[in-house]
Design a protein around this ligand. Structure first.
Ligand SMILES: [Zn+2]
Length: 255
């Protein structure tokens, strides 16, 4: 009923003053960013590639949103196996005037190290070396981009010194981003995933977005049991459902 009244008021307002369009446009735009793609496979497991897992989960989240949240417009940074630059991913979200940006990735550990569980990052300065390692790995995608030295103003994704820029950064959307990240981790926990928590680190893809945003590490592709889960339909469905529920809760909480 409230919706109908809102529509009616908008109709009157738009007739009187077309400028009311901004106020009346209550569509919520969600950008789903499947990390890596094309010539950039992301992290590698024994059988799987990160880019494919990220895409499968992003598409599954989008499908749930499109089916169940009719007032949400979903924008994908990629829907197929193509390479998209990090700054272009953020630009897609900015151009769409998105309300939320969710970047989906899969974690990896070097050597024989084992890891289990899901974690969510917001933009910020890393406090632990582990968080810096994740940001370094994800930001290294720019090295496959043409002219990345100029595009990212000399940022070296592998050098710790480069990350100092994140220390002096003001993030207007920090509070909302952390809220979303917390909702996501809560859903992962309910689904039985080991909770690796909410963290902060310097991700280039989040830095250039001008809306609440977070980056999810679904699980560890380099750990056998995790890889099996990430490559299974059950895993994809469960992870996508968790992210979908978190977005739904975030949106409901925002009103
Ligand atoms: Zn990644």
């Amino acid at each position: 009923m409230r919706h109908i009244i809102f529509r009616a008021i908008c109709l009157v307002l738009l007739t009187l003053a077309p400028a009311a369009q901004v106020w009346c446009d209550n569509t919520f735009t969600l950008v789903l960013d499947a990390g890596h793609g094309g010539k950039d496979p992301g992290a590698l497991g024994k059988r799987g590639k990160e880019k494919n897992i990220n895409l499968a989960v992003a598409l599954a989240v989008g499908k749930l949103v499109e089916q169940n949240l009719k007032d949400v417009k979903v924008v994908y940074t990629r829907k197929t196996d193509v390479f998209v630059e990090l700054d272009e991913r953020a630009a897609i979200a900015n151009r769409a005037k998105a309300d939320l940006f969710v970047s989906i990735h899969t974690n990896a550990l070097p050597g024989k190290a084992q890891g289990r569980g899901s974690e969510t990052y917001t933009l910020g300065m890393h406090r632990a070396a582990d968080n810096l390692a994740v940001a370094k790995r994800e930001n290294s995608a720019i090295m496959l981009e043409k002219d990345y030295e100029n595009r990212y103003e000399g940022f070296d994704p592998k050098s710790a010194e480069s990350y100092i820029i994140f220390e002096f950064m003001q993030d207007t959307y920090m509070e909302q981003s952390v809220k979303l990240a917390t909702f996501i981790q809560k859903q992962f926990r309910s689904a039985g995933r080991p909770d690796k928590g909410v963290h902060q680190a310097g991700f280039l893809v989040l830095r250039a977005t001008s809306m609440p945003s977070c980056l999810i590490e679904l699980g560890y592709i380099t750990t056998a049991s995790e890889e099996e889960y990430l490559l299974s339909q059950r895993g994809v469905d469960q992870l996508a459902k968790s992210i979908y529920e978190a977005i739904k809760n975030y949106k409901a909480n925002k009103k």
